[in-house]
Design a protein around this ligand. Structure first.
Ligand SMILES: C[S@@+](CC[C@H](N)C(=O)[O-])C[C@H]1O[C@@H](n2cnc3c(N)ncnc32)[C@H](O)[C@@H]1O
Length: 223
């Protein structure tokens, strides 16, 4: 069975980039927007090198990295369902031998020593602001909580950690990439990047690929 745009309430599959993929409930669905396909087609994967995907979701980008020639791939996500989903897809595409999957907040779940030639996150690029009332909300259903996290990063706190901690995850000539969009707050991102010692360069934009949203593959370059 394939999903299109309907809410995902049971395990299903979807087609993307000429392959079939598993999708679990509560995981960011690449069928609902074109960012996953656009970024995966745009990333300069280090053939023969190492690639780290933060926020792997279904694992499409991490699996493609392995299939397109990366020798070592790591994928990590804060969501347990995303971790399980990525493992389903590494098995489905027979790359479990070279894709390691971890769970944690940004880089927290990774082994301490790992460094990578390219680090990438298709991030939750919308900052809804810090809502102090959210602490008082009843505990949300796990699926909703994780889907919210796939899209929103209140106060860009996770982006801030990504930018501050990425340096320790890069090889000497390693490249730091970020999947962002014109729905994000570029001024805030530029301030966080500057505080972490980076300036932003735009590698590729989707333009009118998807009406109303311009996805932007950014590279964070040392200042
Ligand atoms: C826009 S989705 C992208 C998912 C997948 N990479 C794709 O392209 O289909 C963002 C992903 O980041 C994950 N995420 C959000 N906050 C995170 C955090 N603090 N640490 C790790 N992953 C996080 C979400 O669970 C979600 O899977």
């Amino acid at each position: 069975m394939s999903s299109t745009t309907a809410a995902v309430t049971a395990q299903t599959t979807f087609p993307l980039l000429d392959r079939e993929w598993d999708l679990l409930p509560g995981v960011f669905a690449p069928t609902h927007c074109a960012s996953t396909g656009f970024f995966t087609e745009s990333i300069p994967f280090p053939v023969g090198g190492s690639f780290l995907e933060v926020g792997c979701g279904t694992g499409v980008t991490a699996v493609e990295a392995a299939l397109r020639g990366c020798a070592r791939v790591a994928a990590t996500d804060i969501s347990a369902a995303a971790v399980e989903n990525t493992r389903l897809n590494t098995d489905r595409h027979a790359v479990s031998d070279r894709v390691e999957v971890y769970r944690g907040d940004v880089f927290d779940g990774l082994p301490p020593q790992g460094r990578f030639d390219v680090v990438f996150w298709n991030s939750p690029f919308v900052d809804p602001g810090i809502d102090e009332r959210s602490a008082a909300r009843p505990v949300e259903d796990d699926r909703r909580k994780h889907l919210r996290r796939a899209v929103f990063d209140p106060g860009y706190r996770a982006h801030e950690r990504y930018l501050l901690q990425a340096g320790a995850r890069l090889t000497a000539a390693g490249r730091l990439l970020l999947g962002f969009s014109d729905l994000g707050d570029h001024d805030a991102l530029a301030r966080l990047a500057a505080d972490a010692g980076y300036r932003i360069s735009v590698l590729r934009t989707s333009g009118d690929l998807v009406s109303g949203v311009d996805y932007q593959l950014l590279e964070l370059l040392p200042r």
